[in-house]
Design a protein around this ligand. Structure first.
Ligand code: SF4
Length: 213
């Protein structure tokens, strides 16, 4: 089966019909909150992050709240999300960089976001796509896995998966397509046991019944 742009667009249309409302599930009301929530979502479910952030965001409202508070207080507040020592250090350092270099605001440019400690492409894309409304393909574990299974990419490296998807789809599709793949990964195309018999994409999926990781 060819990985043509026409086929990728057909898949995008199908996913759009299946998941018309798919969007970022991290609850946030500001650019800073989205940045922090996304950093917390590494190796953690969005649901768990959403359980932690209401109290966190009430206590930590500005970048200086994060790096001005004792490290242990922040660690305790985010502990349920896992890897909390590293996450707390990164969040504090990123917030300090926001104040020192970006006037306390989260920048929208990719190259600026990537200068923030603990911020890699996935986090940067999440912020760009969901706060700034810029075209962004967020390659998390679901997007990587489904891209391979659906024959849209042969790569394991998220940066190369991102490049493949960028080449196959128009910019206007990027952000929503990522969200829809994530939805399909959560609901149907599970990592260990994809539900191919009940999958609406099975007829066009090269992995149906013999999936790839
Ligand atoms: S047919 Fe199976 S492998 Fe392909 S997208 Fe559906 S659930 Fe995933």
């Amino acid at each position: 089966m060819s990985t043509s742009r026409a086929r990728a667009r057909r898949l995008a249309r199908r996913l759009s019909a299946l998941y018309p409302e798919a969007a970022c599930e991290l609850v946030h009301s500001s650019d800073l909150e989205l940045l922090v929530a996304t950093m917390l979502s590494a190796q953690c479910t969005d649901a768990m992050v959403n359980r932690v952030t209401p109290a966190l965001f009430r206590r930590f409202r500005r970048p200086s709240d994060y790096y001005g508070a004792p490290l242990e207080e922040l660690e305790l507040a985010i502990r349920p999300t896992g890897f909390y020592h590293t996450k707390a250090r990164h969040i504090r350092a990123a917030c300090q960089a926001l104040d020192e270099r970006y006037g306390g605001r989260v920048p929208s440019a990719m190259e600026e976001l990537l200068t923030l400690p603990g911020v890699a492409r996935k986090t940067a894309h999440c912020v760009r796509g969901n706060w700034f409304g810029l075209p962004a393909i967020t390659v998390d574990t679901h997007v990587g896995r489904l891209s391979r299974r659906l024959g849209l990419s042969a790569h394991q490296d998220p940066t190369r998966v991102e490049a493949d998807l960028r080449a196959l789809l128009p910019e206007a599709e990027w952000t929503a397509f990522s969200h829809r793949l994530i939805q399909h990964g959560r609901r149907v195309c599970h990592a260990r046991k994809p539900d191919c018999p009940r999958c609406p994409l099975a007829r066009t999926c090269p992995s149906a019944g013999g999936f790839r990781k």
